[in-house]
Design a protein around this ligand. Sequence first.
Ligand code: BES
Ligand code: MN
Ligand code: ZN
Length: 496
Amino acid sequence: MQYNASGSSAARQSADCVIVGAYTKRGLNSAASAIDEASGGYLSKLAKAGDLPSNPGASTLLRDLKGVKARRVLVVGLGPKNEFCIKQLERATESAIRALANTSVKSVALNLGSNSERFDEPARVTSASIAAVHRAVYRFNQLKSSKARTRPSKINKIVFGFSSRAACNKAKAEFKTADAVAKGVALTKDLGNLPANVCTPDYLAKTSRQFARDYKNVSVQVMGMKDLKRMGMGAFISVTQGADTPPRLIVMRYKGAAAKEAPVALVGKGITFDTGGISLKPPATMDEMKFDMCGAAAVIGAFKSVAMLQPNLNLVAVVAACENMPSGNASRPGDIVTTMAGHTVEILNTDAEGRLILCDALTYTKKFKPKAIIDVATLTGACVIALGEHFSGLMSPNDGLANDLIQSGVEAGDTAWRMPVTEEYQSRLSSNFADFANVGGRPAGAVTAACFLWRFMKDQNWAHLDIAGSAWKTGAQKGATGRPVGLLVNYILNKG
Ligand code: BES
Ligand code: MN
Ligand code: ZN
């Protein structure tokens, strides 16, 4: 994808299609007004006749307007003017690009937030729009034979229309980062969408290992069962032991600053398929448990974005990857295992496996003496119940880190909502037979899962992102979202 910014009037922009907006009640945005003027009031005429879309997402494609340089003008509904915000801008942009999917349009000039009176933040407009365009052009066709494939988008160039040179420059400064984030997001989606018979722990390892060849300052280490045993990762081993597919512990390091600079560390849950184990899940939507590695995929995607951008900082990304399967070797409810940190854990439910692989991966990650450790996991169904799909759950005992992550999410349009991790909840994890249990019952299930991890992160600047609701969509739109790559990369670039 190529990007540019232009200060010329929408009527003078050269692109296959100029995209402008219409608010509810016949309100043209400033770019649409410019088109209207140049074309001798054509858009006003349409508006008067009730033929202009104004509902969010609706659009009309016009051709060969008098006085307009571009051959096509797409008018997109923006909804009520006083409700227009960055989220609406993203939605309108995404549907505009989708509306052009089956046309021959290759280059577009985007004027939805850019020329608009509503925003004076060209940087936010630009990064949000680039994310939205990439959402619209994303396809997952690699496992379909040719007839079943959805047509790839031809769009390969976006020009942002802004009213001043200064705004254009602010937009241009965002192109590189936003494009790197989009590529990280696309990789995260691909990994998530791939089924468990393709995207195995070793597939994640091979994808990560490629980074060491593709990018400067990157090293990747991949470990297997022998290493897990050597390091005493009894909790991780208890999850993988029922599977025939071998586990992987993947460590990616990016060194963009002096070795004495403490890195930020990301840790991802990479359960490539979660059957629940002996505490078997019901069949109805079990296919979606191929997405149980979306935390790992986000960590890998964020790492890719950072490696592409080569910023002046250090980053460590650790992925714990295995399958959770029932078998004669699988762990049983009631089994007690010893973690790398030395705690014993009673596995009351083998379906609470994410925390078991993560606790050992988190303990391992301490060895890098990171300034912050952020784990990312599709950890609990309870988080889906609590927050649904719009916010990732964020748990952290560290206010500074929590606030930074929330802020990063807001700026990236990839939001998280803070939930508690406090001592009151810890008693839910008590066990009669071991140091503690791996489940705390139904109340506050997302919180008690975080409390389990917290026991391994005392004295660490640590945060946990539960992305069970945000990492993929269910139903007709089923597919990975690539979240929270935007939040993570924004955080790393600002605070790393
Ligand atoms: N991967 C699941 C969490 C999940 C479930 C994410 C549904 C998205 C949709 C996790 O391993 C799990 O099974 N958690 C259990 C924990 C329970 C046994 C305490 C859950 O949420 O039911
Ligand atoms: Mn599970
Ligand atoms: Zn799981």
